[in-house]
Design a protein around this ligand. Structure first.
Ligand SMILES: [Zn+2]
Length: 391
């Protein structure tokens, strides 16, 4: 996730905080220091309320981190790498690099997080009365952590994929239907439905308790969009599974020299019927020049300016290698709104991957088989080694 601050590494996993979390930290500290703790324990000094509020917020943050580490450690033990954990407004996200390969792995990874939260929650509630005898603020913190962690568990166990509860549901469906694709489709449909249910409840509530109503609508919106997104991500991953950049790139793209004047560049774009040219100098890729660059140059300057003046230079280019996976390249294309990615090794141009080539590939797949569902099922079958006859 972008816009996050790195805190460090645990077991090779990058830990970061998204800036939205800082807002939550502020709001939470405020509501604890001004609302919850004065209500529970009257008579402390304002300084104590704020200090205990901030400490409780920090410990809640540590609890969320422990929850995500629970998922991550089990994922790692199942041979699935984890890149990072980012804490943001709705909690935490562990960036688990691959999908689980088996339903049982998915189940274990999904329950590990809530299990950690249950241990922290129940542990805190058990210790709370004892701690309160010794030191009231300490008891207050345990009491808060206990309830907050159990609420966290309750929320995460809502069976709305991609929440933990939804992942557990998906793991069961996966085991029962023997198809991760159909399991995901059903689990995310349930997720979208629950999201809309929350939103409907929020709208109903908004007239009686506006703040809770708006909050419910926000959670519902988050749930249904997360469910849809996860489903689409899986579809893209399935559609391009096993396909490398090298297979889809144009191996002999027409290139251009940086010294060519812009009016000749325009002729060349029209002649070759392309949107862009990789710019090559002394056998090395030095940039890329596109239709957009031409359009943003006034016509009167076409005779006096050269490709070099218009092109995006190499150090600002998004590039990939022939072994890159399609999904990450697609993400970069969408993020930077670009139509083509040069495929390079060192600075030697090996090919050009264009949006059109990706669309052609999808079209071909779709024409050969009827629906995206069938394609996904084909890929699913093919990726299971036992189904390959004598291969
Ligand atoms: Zn979780």
């Amino acid at each position: 996730m972008d816009a996050s601050v790195r805190l460090g590494k645990i077991r090779g996993i990058e830990i970061g905080i998204h800036y939205t979390w800082l807002v939550v930290f502020g709001l939470l500290t405020y509501s604890l220091a001004v609302g919850v703790f004065p209500d529970w324990y009257p008579g402390w000094t304002p300084g104590t309320y704020w200090a205990v509020g901030a400490l409780a917020s920090l410990l809640l943050f540590a609890s969320v981190l422990a929850h995500e580490l629970g998922h991550s450690v089990v994922a790692q033990s199942r041979g699935i790498p984890v890149r990072s954990i980012v804490l943001f407004i709705f909690g935490g996200v562990a960036q688990i690099v691959e999908e689980a390969r088996r339903a049982i792995d998915e189940f274990l990874i999904a329950v590990a997080g809530p299990l950690v939260s249950v241990v922290i929650g129940v542990g805190s509630l058990v210790l709370w009365p004892l701690a309160e005898q010794v030191n009231e603020p300490l008891g207050a913190i345990l009491r808060y952590l206990g309830f907050a962690n159990l609420i966290l568990v309750a929320f995460n166990l809502i069976p709305a994929y991609p929440l933990d509860g939804g992942r557990v549901l998906r793991a069961f469906l996966w085991g029962a239907l023997d198809s991760v694709y159909r399991a995901t489709r059903i689990a995310s449909t349930v997720g979208v439905f629950i999201g809309f249910l929350f939103m409907a409840g929020g709208i109903f509530l908004v007239f009686r308790a506006p703040l809770s109503g708006i909050w419910l609508v926000a959670i519902g919106w988050f749930l249904q969009s997360a469910a849809q997104q996860s489903y689409q991500q899986l579809m893209v991953r399935r559609l391009f599974e096993g396909v490398r950049v090298g297979q889809l790139m144009d191996r002999e793209p027409v290139t251009i020299s940086p010294e060519v004047p812009v009016d000749q560049l325009v002729d060349a774009l029209l002649n070759y019927n392309v949107r862009s040219f990789p710019v090559i100098e002394d056998g090395r890729l030095v940039g890329i020049v596109t239709l957009t660059d031409v359009r943003s140059t006034p016509r009167s300057e076409w005779g006096s300016r050269r490709v070099r003046d218009l092109m995006t230079p190499f150090d600002r280019l998004v590039t990939a290698t022939p072994d890159s996976d399609i999904e990450s390249v697609l993400r970069a294309m969408a993020l930077h709104d670009i139509h083509q990615v040069p495929i390079v090794r060192d600075r030697t141009l090996l090919g050009l991957l264009t949006r059109n080539a990706l669309l052609r590939f999808l079209q071909l797949r779709q024409e050969l088989m009827r629906s995206p569902e069938e394609i996904a099922q084909m890929v699913e079958k093919r990726s299971r080694p036992s189904d390959l006859p004598g291969d």
